[in-house]
Design a protein. Sequence first.
Length: 438
Amino acid sequence: MSTSNRKVHLNVFLRATGHHAGAWRHPDSHPESELDIEYLAKLAQIAERGKLDSVFLADGYAGGGSKLEPFTLLSALATVTKNIGLIATVGTVYNEPFHVARQFASLDHISGGRAGWNIVTGAGSAAHNFSRDEHPEHAQRYETGEEFVEVVKQLWDSWEDDALLYDKQGGKLVDSNKVHEINFKGHTYSVKGPLNIPRPPQGYPVLVQAGSSEQGKELAAKTAEVIFTAQQTFDAGREFYRDVKGRLARYGRTADELVILPGLAPIVADTEAEARDIEEELHSYVDTKRALESLSERFTVNLNDYDLDDLVPLDKAKPSEEFNGIRSRQEVIIDAARRENFTIRQLLYRSNGGHGHITFTGSVLQTADLIEKWFNNHAADGFNVLPQLFPTGLETFVDKVIPELQNRGIFRTEYEGTTLRESLGLQRRANVRHLLSS
């Protein structure tokens, strides 16, 4: 039983069928419902029933797939939920700061202060969809992304909190002296402002970051309030936690101003044996040859040429700077394979189950033990939960794991307030422009 006042923070990564590569073929999943708002609303309501902090939608701008645009979907979910946070991924490469500032301010108003922005710089190219010749390099994406976020924050601050008057007798709707141009001129962006919607209820929607590269960690220490990360082992989690939290002081920040949530992809049942049966069934729905072809993009050799029970050929792994994808994820996956002496089969199963995140199969008590260990030993402030099978995996987590965490005194029994910031223990963001001018 924990004696600390700290509580575990839990976000659920929404996906129609689940995060296991074979989930869409499982009899319990509903791949035909990925565009069904009633089904997706049900998932959000299950998460809210469990008092989870937030739900999260990933997004991108290239490739196939069939998923709803996140602002549209989260706005709809806001109307059928009351407390749970609503986090959307929006990339900085293929958007404009004014659009993003307006969209998130709108979502925050619609939801009553429950919006969060997962800031990504864009690992994969979508240049061909945006009349561009090429995708920016990694360093350039981070430099431009940092400027992008600064413009968005200044636009949110272009309205003072009390600018709206609604003075019917005086005939004054808005105090124009409290709505300001920002006149931002940077290396990439030139934005006059002001924003054409009042300041968000939270001041800023919660700022989330998913990068774990060196540049990503530094930007997170400077800007982010939540990190979605992908450390796969307990020791790696503690090292990452200590590293990033240790960078906060140089930006005048304290440890409780940043919430670190590694990804956890669980398969949970009443007993470990039952959970293993679910895992084996999910693996049976995966085309192993095709999955190894995809995994081989991280190596200079084709893993199909090896036996599944051979050790991972770590000497053939591509350096992160040569991997055409999320560089930090390459480092995490190869590091885990090295630390745990993986066979190719183990690496494949880890990849099948959680996109490079922690995969765990076990009983309710074992799952709670893992969460408590990471939380109490400062390897995490909680987890970004990726159930490998929806909806049943989410239901089991909410109806069985959450009560166990509550029994141990490390998870809330009621929401602390109505905004995402209140759930995360984060302060409402003051208006920087107003503070500087006062």
